[in-house]
Write a protein that binds this ligand. Structure first.
Ligand SMILES: [Zn+2]
Ligand SMILES: [Zn+2]
Length: 240
């Protein structure tokens, strides 16, 4: 593999006691690039050009706001909005074609620009570039490092999205018997751990029944946030 390997952050993610180590990898990158967006980098011309062009998705705009750098965000938004305005101004000569009877109107060129802008995000783009490298590193370690393979097998499984990502990516990264074994292992790991969280939810539900009021919580106390991660990849704070 010619690409650089990221064995340290990938191992760190699998060392965490977390319901999806791939989510842990993603969150590490997300936190890094949200901080980066509001760090000194926003004053660099090439970075600002990127934030001007791409903007942020709703999730990351909120996360960037949470960095509490009001001046930084004001500057970034100022030039981003200016850029958006200039682009729309340029395209606004074309007002589209009005709908003839029974025909759909052809939308103005500005509509395509707005749609594209909706789908771009400075933070998402940075994460995507690195996340793919991290995933390749997962497969590299799985093939080459027996200690990692053990860690993988002993993990708490994956959220549904990342289970899907792993079995698709396996097709690019593994061949023959290794591919088959990976799919089998990863599927079993995902299903077994999903069942475990379902059982935790069942016990959580029981605890609302007066007959169980004096029973211990077992592993059910944080069953809901852990189930939210399994279902939607929403981060949670592990109980210590
Ligand atoms: Zn995940
Ligand atoms: Zn985003």
């Amino acid at each position: 593999m010619k690409e650089k390997l990221y064995t340290i952050p990938v191992n760190d993610a699998f060392d965490k006691d977390y319901e999806c180590p791939i989510c842990a990898m993603y969150e590490e990158l997300e936190n890094r690039y949200v901080e980066y967006a509001m760090g000194p980098s926003y004053m660099e011309d090439d970075i600002r050009d990127e934030t001007d062009r791409l903007g942020f998705c709703e999730k990351h705009m909120k996360a960037v706001f949470e960095q509490k750098n009001a001046l930084g965000l004001a500057l970034v938004l100022q030039t981003h909005l200016r850029r958006t305005r200039k682009e729309i101004e340029k395209l606004s000569g074309d007002l589209g074609k009005p709908a003839a009877l029974m025909k759909k109107a052809v939308p103005p060129s500005a509509a395509a620009y707005v749609n594209k802008l909706h789908d771009t995000c400075f933070v998402c783009k940075r994460i995507a570039e690195m996340f793919d490298r991290y995933l390749e590193t997962v497969f590299y370690l799985y093939k080459k490092d027996p200690a990692f393979k053990q860690k993988f097998a002993g993990s708490k499984g994956f959220c549904t999205d990342h289970y899907g990502v792993l079995i698709v990516k396996a097709g690019e990264q593994l061949k023959g018997a290794e591919y088959e074994a990976f799919i089998k292992e990863t599927t079993a790991l995902y299903l077994k751990n999903l069942e475990r969280v379902e059982e935790d939810l069942a016990w959580f539900v029981n605890k609302f029944d007066y007959r169980y009021a004096n029973e211990p919580w077992k592993n059910a106390k944080d069953a809901v946030p852990r189930a939210m991660l399994k279902a939607n990849g929403i981060p949670y704070e592990p109980l210590s």
